[in-house]
Design a protein around this ligand. Structure first.
Ligand code: TPP
Ligand code: MG
Length: 657
């Protein structure tokens, strides 16, 4: 008996509705509605090998509508990936199962990206498509020749990030990006006519996309649309007209199927409607075999590619890049020694550019960029030509004024592998990319954020542009290393640490204003410990000054004044809380003077929120707990009391009490 398309698609439907029913939680509507499209994609077009989910030249598939996670879990299981097992599917949404509520890239090979925050999957796919073209330009068709496929829902297309992402994709003509829109006209609240009257195909067309549509339940129509998309040089949107919850006779076509189990009765009715007799979690053998066979479709292509790689002149370099390892040697050594020999007084944003000049020359993996603040973020260096639709080999992306789109694309590039993305904007606009920074951290990807103009020190642009609570907010995010270096040497050290880190993002908060050099020693990367004693007290230590970035030199001035009055004060530079937290207790106690009768004082030109962690409730916290002001920087530091003259007397008086 030949297995039909419908039987293959119904296997997805059965697994999806059964798993949601068993969990008594989840989203059956989308997998039921998109089962036909996904079946065509995974049996006829997608390039993948379940035996080697990490195959570098595989197509990337991103389920942007992450709530439909059972769709991808079903597909991975049916096509022969080792995981999820049927048992893991039975434990959908339960502790310990890799079949989490939404797909997590770090739980299941074959899940390319963590999705669920609507719109970001598509925006990450744009980054994947950029990385593919870039590496294709570098290594050629023999090694890099794949596509990026996305399933997105109405919600993904409504989100603001969608606009940024498709604008960038259209501009760069990422023709290997194909998005299926699950055009079911339903979201949680009901019909999409409740909230939108937008002509989505027209919007995509206006952004430079190829747009077509099909009946999402007719496999021939889906194939036809895909062929059309493949033939078009532009990125493609395929509007797939579908019925949400397809096959559930009493609920299909309504938002009732979106995010709740269908219920025992409706599941039974759907089985009847679909002609699916098998018990829950049972796939009839001939259908299971047909799916497994579909999973072997690219076996030959895989073998050929593997052979090509083994014979390739650049085999070792290609493998290094795919593994995400840095080249041998210390790219920064000569540069660091030049800083030690002649310490410059520069803004740390400038110091970042100087470090990047050394990095980009030695490390071909970097792809830099900025959200239209290239000259302010100092992110472009001589070694990096623009990456454009005519030159994908370039290594600098003009992201335009699209902070969120940039950050999401960086995630996609990092997930794709083979490249190390960094991108810049003002620190204040980290808020505009925060949901993507969060996904960098959650997905454990190496994305490096270059965030300049990091305090009132930016001056005249005023409170809208002056970060206050941003550092505290970013430090609160798990798995994000936030750096605030105090001079050119620290900036270079923080860059080195960010590049070395393979399992998570880093963010560099950098000044607009010039800063004096604080260090001349470069033998050891002192920022690696997160905080270190920059100057030790000369008199008996009674004060420990904790500062970051532009306030470290202020702390040093204060220490000098205190010492002149016989009060010993340590100056601790604390560029990275997260790294400091990772040190052992003895180191932390030594730096903080724990258990000793010392006054701990924090100084940072931002919210004091959180510094009590290190100063204790009886310490002093100097910062800014209100919005900034519009004036030259030195006037603002004075106005907000962040000067030696304002702070030293307060410390002395606290010591008396
Ligand atoms: C950024 C974001 N906002 C809100 C949600 C909550 N949410 C999950 S699915 C959904 C509706 C999505 O509608 P659609 O994409 O059409 O999915 P369908 O109902 O067709 O499956 C919403 C609002 C989310 N996951 N992400
Ligand atoms: Mg919908």
């Amino acid at each position: 008996m030949t297995v039909t398309h419908t039987q293959l698609a119904n296997a997805i439907r059965a697994l999806s509705m059964d798993a949601v029913q068993e969990a008594n939680s989840g989203h059956p509507g989308m997998p039921l509605g998109m089962a036909d499209v996904a079946t065509v994609l995974f049996t006829k077009y997608l390039k993948y090998n379940p035996q080697d989910p990490e195959w570098f030249d595989r197509d990337r598939f991103v389920l942007s509508a992450g709530h439909g996670s059972m769709l991808i879990y079903s597909l991975l299981h049916l096509t022969g990936y080792a995981r999820p097992t049927m048992d893991e599917i039975k434990h959908f949404r339960q502790l310990g199962s890799p079949c989490a509520g939404h797909p997590e890239n770090f739980l299941l090979p074959g899940v390319e990206a963590t999705t669920g925050p609507l719109g970001q999957g598509l925006a990450m796919a744009v980054g994947m498509a950029i990385a593919e073209r870039h590496l294709n330009a570098r290594f050629g068709d023999e090694l890099v020749d794949h596509r990026t496929w996305v399933i997105a829902g109405d919600g993904c297309l409504m989100e603001g990030i969608n606009h940024e992402a498709i604008g960038l994709a259209g501009h760069l003509q990422l023709g290997r990006l194909i998005t299926f829109w699950d055009d079911n006209a339903i979201t949680i609240d009901g019909g999409t006519d409740l909230s939108t009257s937008e002509d989505i195909p027209a919007r995509y067309a206006a952004a430079g996309w190829h747009v077509t549509s099909c009946d999402g339940h007719d496999p021939d129509a889906v194939r036809f649309a895909i062929e059309e998309a493949l033939a078009d040089p532009r990125p493609s949107l395929i509007a797939c007209k579908t019925v949400i919850g397809f096959g559930a006779p009493n609920k299909q076509g309504t938002s009732a199927t979106h995010g709740s189990p269908l219920g025992e009765d409706e599941v039974a009715a759907a089985r009847k409607e679909l002609g699916w007799d098998a018990a829950p979690f049972v796939i009839p053998p001939e259908i299971g075999e047909a799916w497994q066979e579909a999973g072997t479709r690219c076996g030959e292509a895989y073998e050929e590619w593997t052979a090509r790689l083994e014979d390739h002149a650049e085999n070792a370099e290609f493998k290094r890049r795919m593994a995400g390892d840095l080249p041998d040697g210390d790219a920064m050594r000569t540069y660091l020694e030049s800083l030690a020999a002649d310490p410059p007084k520069v803004a740390t944003r400038k110091a970042s550019e100087m470090a990047l000049t050394a990095i980009n020359k030695a490390l071909p993996d970097t792809i830099g960029g900025s959200a239209d603040l290239t000259g302010s973020n100092n992110t472009k260096t001589g070694a990096t030509e623009p990456l454009t639709r005519d030159n994908y080999g370039g290594r600098y992306i003009y992201y335009g004024v699209r902070e969120f789109g940039m950050a999401a694309a960086m995630n996609g590039m990092a997930l794709h592998g083979g490249v190390i993305p960094y991108g810049g904007t003002f620190l204040i606009f980290s808020d505009y990319c925060r949901p993507a920074i969060r996904l960098s951290a959650l997905q454990r990807v190496r994305a490096i954020y270059v965030m300049t103009h990091d305090s009132i020190g930016l001056g005249e642009d005023g409170p809208t542009h002056q970060p206050i609570e941003q550092l505290a907010g970013l430090r609160a995010m798990p798995n994000l290393d936030v750096y605030r270096p105090c001079d050119a040497i620290e900036t270079a050290e923080c860059w080195a640490l960010s590049l070395k880190r393979k399992d998570g993002p880093s963010l560099l908060a950098l000044t607009r204003q010039g800063l004096p050099p604080m260090r001349t020693d470069v033998d050891e990367n002192r920022c690696a410990k997160g905080a270190y004693r920059l100057r030790a007290a000369e008199n008996d230590r009674r004060v420990v000054l904790l500062a970051t970035g532009s306030e470290v030199h202020l702390a040093a001035e204060i220490a000098e004044k205190l010492e002149s009055k016989g009060v010993g004060a340590d100056v601790v530079s604390m560029p990275c809380w997260e790294r400091f937290e990772a040190q052992d207790d003895a180191y932390k106690a030594d730096i903080l003077g724990t258990g000793e009768n010392v006054l701990r004082v924090s100084i940072e030109a931002g919210a004091t929120f959180g510094w009590e962690r290190y100063t204790g409730v009886d310490g002093l916290n100097f910062g800014i707990d209100r919005f900034g002001g519009s004036a030259p920087a030195d006037k603002l530091f004075e106005y907000f009391g962040l000067t030696e003259a304002a702070i030293t007397p307060q410390i002395l008086s606290a010591l008396k009490n």
